[in-house]
Ligand binder design. Structure first.
Ligand SMILES: *Cc1c(COP(=O)(O)O)cnc(C)c1O
Length: 395
């Protein structure tokens, strides 16, 4: 029995069955490449679900992690450490927001955002407890975040969820106008829906939503957990629309591969989180902060936003040739976030890619999602295209 088979057999007995048994066991990674236990090499365009924004084991991020973990690995929030404040300041600078709360995951960032929105209105004596979200949205798995997630597949059997949550079709501003009202605490939205298929709203949608929230005196929460940290060619996808959100949630790539989440807000809103109102034991962990800080440094220093804009545009144009294949409906995306919509279910294609040495993720039932690291070069996109073409012909 191979080492991989042995692990796969034990998985069935040990782990909860929340994930379909994955076909491979990864052993190490190096830049755009991942290697399994049997020594097979993969071009990793799944990127740990978009987490590995600088690829696997970036030398400087690894060194920062090693250094920090040897100096001080955990403090809790009873004591400060410099990295927490330094990372917070950097995140405020890149988002254009004033204050930050650090946590450990995306769902926690969303949870904090929902709580802050309610608390903000409460402090003002305004009875606004409801949320408006979009169908197909993905905001996380804890009960609050799950309530604003707009996909029954994740919600079935977990009710009752939060009351007063309204879901409207994505990218439909009139539908928003019809439900945003005097009880709305906040509207929460992904600037590009990631999990449900790399769906881009039409130009002007986010700006119109910003105006709508303003005139309805409600808050706009932008969930940048997947689209943030340079993924789309700007630090944050809302910057393409030239709007300023009230609250932003971050996770995935923000920790440079380590578990880290962040929720940022404007000053007037953030002050509703008075001492003791919210907290977390691990949030702002020194090692995760060190990895996050180094990741921000490298993205900025190496011009990776520009790289993602330029090469992302080129790759998207190059990948349009896939539309000549009968199973491909559309190829869309922004920066290093690309979705290939199929007529058939995505499972067999994902497997055919893996067998040919390419890791990709599924988004929804029919979309292949590519989330390559920002260090990927033209030749990597070209190689992935060759594999996708062959896999589409075979699957
Ligand atoms: C992944 C994701 C989340 C949830 O993040 P977790 O770290 O898995 O809790 C929330 N929102 C969006 C847009 C995401 O892509």
């Amino acid at each position: 029995m191979s080492a991989t088979q042995e692990i796969l057999q034990r998985v069935q007995r040990v782990l909860m069955t929340t994930y379909d048994p994955p076909p491979i066991v990864l052993a190490r990674g190096d830049g755009v490449w991942a290697y399994d236990l049997d020594g097979n090499r993969y071009l990793d365009f799944a990127g740990g679900l978009g987490v590995n924004i600088l690829g696997h084991c970036h030398g400087e991020v690894t060194a920062a992690i090693q250094e920090q973990s040897a100096a001080l690995a955990h403090t809790s929030n009873l004591y400060l450490h410099a990295g927490h404040v330094q990372l917070g300041a950097r995140l405020c600078a890149v988002t254009g927001l004033d204050r930050v709360f650090l946590c450990n995951s995306g769902t926690e960032a969303v949870e904090a955002a929902l709580k802050l929105a309610r608390r903000f209105h409460h402090e003002r004596g305004d009875v606004r407890t409801e949320f408006v979200a979009t169908r197909g949205a993905f905001h996380g798995r804890t009960l609050g975040a799950l309530s604003v997630t707009g996909q029954p597949v994740y919600q079935t059997g977990f009710g009752p969820l939060l009351t007063g949550v309204h879901h409207v079709p994505f990218a439909d501003i009139d539908a928003m106008r019809n439900v945003v009202g005097p009880r709305t605490a906040a509207v929460i939205i992904e600037p590009i829906q990631g999990n449900s298929g790399v769906l881009l709203p039409p130009p002007g949608y986010l700006a119109a939503l910003r105006d709508l929230c303003e005139s309805a005196s409600t808050l706009l929460i932008i969930d940048e957990i997947q689209t943030g940290m340079g993924r789309t060619g700007e630090w944050f996808a809302y910057q393409h629309a030239e709007i300023q959100p009230d609250i932003v949630t971050l996770a995935k790539a923000v920790g440079g591969g380590l578990p880290l989440g962040a929720m940022l807000a404007r000053e007037s809103i953030a002050k509703a989180f008075v001492s003791g109102a919210h907290g977390t034991t691990f949030g702002g962990n020194p090692v995760a902060c060190a990895a996050g800080l180094k990741t921000l440094d490298v993205i900025g220093r190496d011009g990776l936003l520009h790289h993602a804009t330029r090469l992302g545009r080129e790759a998207l144009a190059m990948y349009q040739e896939l539309r000549t294949l009968p199973d491909v409906v559309e190829v869309r995306g922004l920066g290093f976030m690309i979705g290939i919509e199929l007529r058939s279910d995505v499972g067999p294609l994902r497997e055919a890619c893996r067998k040919r040495g390419l890791l990709v993720t599924a988004a929804g039932k029919k979309v292949v999602r590519l989330l390559p690291p920002l260090i990927a070069q033209r030749e990597h996109f070209a190689e992935a295209l060759v594999i996708l073409r062959a896999a589409l012909a075979a699957s």
